[in-house]
Ligand binder design. Structure first.
Ligand SMILES: Cc1cc2nc3c(=O)[nH]c(=O)nc-3n(C[C@H](O)[C@H](O)[C@H](O)COP(=O)(O)OP(=O)(O)OC[C@H]3O[C@@H](n4cnc5c(N)ncnc54)[C@H](O)[C@@H]3O)c2cc1C
Length: 438
């Protein structure tokens, strides 16, 4: 099947500054990588931007709460396969019962999670699955058009490491099971190279020989330091007049002549438009507008091996173990797995133990482990983000729910948010990403 065509990339990489009369004041809530990218695209169009976040990535702040801090740092341009795949109902119960599984749950949360899980299963039928792969494939093909101008303007291109990303399969059987997804990726124009055992060994001699086949995503790349990337975007925003308010937004009030964001510190910030990019925390804020959105979180962890960044040449993932090992300047970051259990509960040591133990099996040269981290992916049941106007008030836009691929899609999301706020027809059909689709 030919890859469908979408607006040519040059059309998306540039934006014409709007005439003065069409420029507005915009509050962007949340300075994760999605919020920062949105804010920068809005500035490019000429809008005046204020960001609200309790810990934006500015000098002196920790930024540890943002999923954008601790992810696997991979711009995963082949990641167009959703979480919900046909047959998921058969696989998940067994996975939940295994201690070393990449999937776990706080069982007490099951009743609260049921509606989200039911919608996940509904999104996993053959028909829905194929439709969702098509939407993700389209976003992936446009991802770099959204990223590149920001990398360049923020002078952050030196953080890119373009060595691809490697998937490994432990047996011929697991590789055969992956064929459906590989064919679909090919349909979506993802560039891949098949590697046999020998080629994998040549590329990554430090891995234990626990693989039968490799799949190299040639266009994927890693960002050597996710925090520094976010800091570069934040400092660019400031240098162009963007403001940061260090607070937590509690509610958005609609008035005839504008919007007010009420903050935890008692301040009230007025604007013509508001964009909610508060990651996994966005559902609560949307509720204050009257929008109920089926957003939850897939908790994920990382373990850093500070001395071992040299052991691999590119992010490496065994899909069956559910995490990436990403070589970074700060060390080897093993990041991933999924834990269902909401935003309030503390990190569980046994989950980082699973990652650490399996990392050592796959990469025996790993030394002492250092920092561990828990982060909150903002996840919709169909693995598609929300990029949408609020159904209740069209002056409010939503950009969250990017799940496992928020770093990858942040740039193009920002570009599309800019169209929504500027009152222009978005460059692509955003119907599949609307806020009220569940
Ligand atoms: C272990 C792990 C590995 C991952 N690996 C990858 C990867 O390799 N590639 C990839 O593309 N994606 C990856 N992801 C997913 C990616 O990290 C997320 O999708 C992405 O960071 C989401 O960005 P965001 O800006 O929407 O949310 P966040 O980064 O979570 O930012 C949300 C921000 O909103 C702020 N906030 C929250 N509530 C409020 C409020 N009420 N008022 C003001 N501010 C508020 C928070 O402080 C935070 O700064 C991974 C995620 C995890 C957990």
């Amino acid at each position: 099947m030919p890859v469908p065509t979408y607006p040519s990339v040059p059309e998306l990489t540039t934006i014409k500054p709007l005439p003065q009369s069409e420029r507005v004041s915009v509050v962007v809530v949340g300075a994760g990588v999605v919020g920062l990218s949105s804010a920068l695209w809005l500035q490019r169009a000429g809008h005046a931007v204020t960001m609200i976040d309790p810990e934006p990535p500015l000098p002196g702040n920790c930024y540890l709460n943002s999923a954008s801090f601790g992810n696997a740092c991979t711009v995963a341009l082949g990641a167009c396969i959703p979480m919900g795949t046909p047959g998921i109902l058969g696989d998940v119960p067994g996975m939940l019962l295994r201690r070393s599984s990449p999937l776990s749950i706080f069982w007490g949360d099951l009743p609260r999670l049921l509606p989200w899980l039911v919608d996940l299963v509904r999104a996993s039928t053959q028909r829905e699955f194929h439709r969702i792969v098509g939407v993700l494939g389209m976003l992936m093909r446009l991802a770099e058009a959204g990223h590149n101008p920001l990398f360049e303007e923020a002078r952050a291109t030196h953080l890119k490491r373009a060595d691809g990303c490697l998937y490994l399969y432990r047996s011929e059987r697991s590789f055969a099971r992956a064929q459906r997804d590989i064919d679909l990726r090919r349909r979506e124009g993802v560039r891949m190279e098949m590697l046999d055992r020998k080629a994998v060994k040549e590329r990554e001699p430090n891995l234990a020989p626990l693989y039968s086949n490799g799949l190299l995503f040639s266009d994927a790349y890693r960002i050597d330091d996710a925090l520094r990337y976010a800091q570069a975007l934040a400092s660019l925003l400031q240098s162009k007049g963007g403001q940061f308010v260090h607070s937590i937004a509690r509610a958005i009030e609609s008035r005839d002549r504008g919007l007010t964001v009420l903050c935890q510190d008692g301040s009230a910030i007025e604007a013509d438009r508001v964009v909610v990019c508060a990651g996994a925390w966005s559902r609560q804020l949307a509720l204050t507008v009257g929008d109920k959105i089926r957003l939850d979180t897939e908790r994920g962890y990382h373990v850093l091996f500070p001395r071992d960044g040299h052991l691999l040449s590119a992010p490496t993932c065994y899909p069956e173990h559910g995490f990436y090992m990403t070589p970074l300047g700060e060390g080897m970051r093993s990041a991933g797995t999924v834990e269902l259990g909401g935003l309030g509960k503390p990190a569980r040591r046994e989950r980082t133990d699973v990652i650490e133990k399996m990392s050592r099996v796959l990469l025996p040269g790993l030394g002492e482990a250092g920092r561990t981290w828990l982060g909150f992916r903002p996840s919709m049941p169909d693995s598609l983000p929300v990029i949408s106007r609020s159904p209740k008030d069209s002056r409010i836009a939503y950009a969250f729910g990017h799940g496992h691929i928020g770093l990858t899609l942040a740039g193009i999301t920002g570009r599309l948010v800019c169209d929504l706020i500027s009152g222009q027809t978005p460059a692509i059909d955003l119907h599949p990403l609307r806020a009220d689709r569940f």
